[in-house]
Design a protein around this ligand. Structure first.
Ligand code: SF4
Length: 470
């Protein structure tokens, strides 16, 4: 996009442009979210803040009076998409100065005020640590300020009710930020250092969710195994709550919640104690998302991941020893700088040996301010894409094979709602996080736990009918 104002001076939470009339009454907002679950959870909280201020939700971002792009910088293509969306909105803003334009999330944090130089029509650029103070930032915009909020910030305990996308399942942030330094990753730069919420605040939020009828929660953290290490860690009952395992024990008794999940796990910190707790606590689901990133020790070392392939294999083995039906999903990157064909073959071997239920794959994409991006041995796109295609083929074959174990079995499904593509069907998930479709005529609705006989198995979903005993 053309830079229309190359002379935008440094600004931080200050104003330089004429006032924008953005008082909320009768105004409509739209939020477009890119990237991970953390961003989706941030968007739900920002939507809650806006509705508490008096804004109304608008599906069409081209009809909204306030538009937020909650951005992701993990890969270049997601970042470029935001710039193309912003181009359209900048044109709208030139016709309608009362439009409020906000860029939130990781691109905002990464680019800061240079975003204002690139898109001078923006009113607010805010990093992820500032999501909970959207209201006060918008008040500054209303006073005529063009605001950049990217300074390191202690995340405020959120008092606003998020506008959640589901009435059955909910995300609950337990730790923000990340202290790791994986050499390919922008997250520590964009989301800052680790900040754990207190166990009491987390339990309170989960209790509220249970009272509203939610049945399943997913505890979220960029590296959830780091939970609690920055906390004094004493609960009112005098128990220490220093780890994710302690937290699972602490929240497990909340009445009304039937299922507990957590993500994202880090193989460096994943403990036997956690595995034992997951096996012993009945509400904790048998699904583990543990990214391995590469199946080669030397590549892992260069990524600064802090574990070996054999440690990863031992973790999965330990999980399967006590929870044989557990689903394992992971993230993997191909084409890291200097990755040889032989090292890539080690990744294929690991995938073949483990047999993942689901694998999220990506071709390595150099990100600004990361050590790996400056390496001279970047691989050609053609090599990266070829490896990605081969890995995806294997991952799909593994998922298909793993799903066969559900054929003609009866599984517990938590109904989440109607299938948006087929209103004759309900959809829900197994404890192992498999998507299941069943006939809507079954007389069940969102929030019900039902037993489903699986008739059709596909690589990424299942279909069935209510089991006779239900
Ligand atoms: S653990 Fe590594 S990959 Fe994950 S957010 Fe932290 S730095 Fe990024």
């Amino acid at each position: 996009m053309e830079n229309l104002d190359p002379d935008v001076p440094n600004r931080s939470d200050e104003h330089l442009s004429p006032p924008t009339d953005c008082s909320p009454a009768g105004r409509r907002y739209a939020i477009t979210t890119f990237g991970c679950q953390m961003n989706k959870a941030d968007s739900e909280r920002m939507a809650g803040i806006l509705e508490a201020m008096g804004y109304q939700h608008e599906e069409d971002e081209l009809a909204a009076d306030l538009v937020i792009y909650n951005t992701c910088s993990i890969r270049d293509n997601a970042e470029q998409k935001v710039y193309s969306y912003l181009g359209r909105q900048a044109q709208r803003k030139r016709r309608n100065p009362h439009l409020t334009l906000v860029v939130a999330g990781c691109v905002a944090q990464q680019e800061g005020e240079s975003l204002l130089r690139r898109v001078p029509e923006l009113d607010l650029v805010m990093g992820p640590q500032h999501a909970n103070r959207l209201d006060s930032l918008l008040e500054q915009v209303e006073r005529g300020q063009q605001v950049v909020a990217t300074a390191d910030h202690h995340i405020l305990e959120d008092l606003t009710k998020p506008r959640r996308g589901s009435t059955v399942t909910a995300w609950v942030n337990v730790i923000y930020g990340c202290n790791e330094r994986c050499t390919y990753c922008v997250v520590p730069a964009t989301r800052g250092g680790e900040q754990s919420r207190t166990p009491q605040a987390i339990a309170r939020e989960i209790g509220d969710l249970a009272r509203q009828g939610y049945k399943e929660i997913t505890l979220l953290g960029q590296n959830i195994d780091a939970y609690g290490r920055d906390l004094p860690g004493i609960t009112p009952s005098g128990r220490r709550c220093h780890t994710l395992t302690d937290l699972l024990h602490f929240i497990h008794p909340v009445e009304g919640i039937e299922r507990i999940r957590f993500a994202t796990s880090h193989p460096r910190y994943f403990t036997q104690r956690l595995i034992t707790a997951c096996a012993e606590l009945p509400k904790v689901c048998e699904h583990f998302h543990i990214p391995f990133q590469s199946g080669d020790d030397e590549v892992l070392r260069q990524m600064a991941r802090g574990y070996t392939v054999s440690r990863y294999r031992r973790i999965i083995q330990s999980i399967r020893q006590v929870m044989p039906e557990a689903a394992i999903s992971a993230d993997a990157i191909v084409g890291f700088p200097g990755e040889t064909e032989e090292q890539f073959q080690n990744t294929l071997q690991l995938v073949e040996d483990i047999g993942f239920d689901q694998l999220n794959t990506a071709a390595y994409s150099p990100r600004p301010h990361t050590p790996a991006a400056t390496r001279p041995d970047q691989l050609p796109e053609t090599v990266k894409l070829d490896r990605l295609r081969r890995l995806n083929g294997l991952a799909e074959r593994c998922a298909r094979q793993r799903n066969q174990r559900y054929a003609h079995k009866v599984v517990e499904v938590l109904v989440e709602g109607a299938n948006p593509k087929n209103p004759q069907q309900l959809m829900g998930r197994t404890r192992t996080n498999r998507l299941v479709f069943l006939p809507a005529t079954a007389g069940h609705g969102p929030g019900d736990l039902v037993q489903v006989h699986i008739d059709v198995v596909r690589p990424f979903s299942l279909s069935g009918s209510l089991a006779p005993s239900a």
